[in-house]
Design a protein around this ligand. Structure first.
Ligand SMILES: NC(=O)c1ccc[n+]([C@@H]2O[C@H](COP(=O)([O-])OP(=O)(O)OC[C@H]3O[C@@H](n4cnc5c(N)ncnc54)[C@H](OP(=O)(O)O)[C@@H]3O)[C@@H](O)[C@H]2O)c1
Length: 224
């Protein structure tokens, strides 16, 4: 079974040099997964991989350009800005065919220091990914998980990760994976179309962060 300690599966991170990709890679590498950091630039990927290795000594951490990582990885996380989401996925579509693709992307933009949602024709970034990648199992997850928290490896997150997907096997695998991060509870968020609500709520959290000078997350009550 992949996504388990000691398995041979590789988790790839497209745009893995940014804080969210690096943060997820650090936590999942600490949990025993093999990770591969992707970038448009091989040297930048290698520098980010070094940071992951420092936080997760003993983990198998590799690096490469995005196309190479997409080819080698079994499960591929998309952690690029929404402005480059569609073009990045289109470029990698062949390599991602038949794989689980975990879309972390929030369609938003900053104007005058505030986050605003960006309308997506398909309904959400995750559904846009699924329409570009019909042969992949797209899973929307980790939208509300702050990179700031992920990048402090000793810190227990104490928050939920809402996981949305139409492929039940891929969804369950990503829910298990999320719970390998200390303090994370996975919540089954239902169909991939529900990712729109999580992506939109994350824009609210961004404004809450601005108002409270915090990095907030979510915990859903009443489902224990
Ligand atoms: N930061 C958070 O706390 C957080 C939390 C939840 C979700 N997210 C979502 O996760 C995604 C990544 O967040 P982030 O803060 O890590 O973003 P980021 O730092 O702005 O970007 C991540 C990486 O994407 C690559 N990238 C930038 N522009 C690109 C382009 N035009 N084409 C292809 N690749 C490009 C860059 O890698 P290279 O230059 O090395 O190629 C960059 O390091 C975003 O969609 C965000 O909405 C972020």
């Amino acid at each position: 079974m992949y996504l388990a300690r000691g398995s041979e599966a590789v988790l790839g991170f497209i745009g893995g040099t940014g804080p969210e990709g690096r943060g997820l890679a650090v936590r999942l590498a600490i949990g025993g997964e093999d990770v591969a950091i992707g970038s448009r630039d091989a040297a930048r990927a290698e520098r980010a991989a070094d940071e992951v290795r420092r936080h997760a000594p003993g983990a198998r951490v590799t690096a490469g350009v995005n196309a190479n990582v997409a080819e080698r990885a079994d499960v591929v996380f998309i952690t690029v800005p929404f402005s480059s989401h569609a073009v990045t996925l289109s470029d990698l579509a062949g390599a991602l065919d038949g794989k689980t693709v975990v879309d972390v992307v929030v369609p938003m933009e900053f104007r005058a220091g505030r986050a605003f949602p960006v309308e997506v024709e398909e309904g959400s970034a995750s559904e846009q990914a699924q329409s570009i990648l019909p042969g992949s199992a797209v899973v929307g997850a980790f939208h509300t998980t702050s990179a700031v928290d992920l990048l402090v490896p000793g810190r227990s997150l104490g928050s939920d990760v809402v996981v949305c997907a139409d492929d039940l096997g891929a969804k369950r695998a990503v829910m298990r994976l999320a719970e390998s991060i200390e303090g994370v509870r996975s919540v089954d968020g239902g169909a991939l179309s529900n990712a729109a609500f999580v992506e939109g709520f994350t824009v609210l959290l961004m404004d809450v962060n601005r108002i409270y000078r915090a990095h907030s997350s979510i915990r859903i009550m009443g489902i224990d």
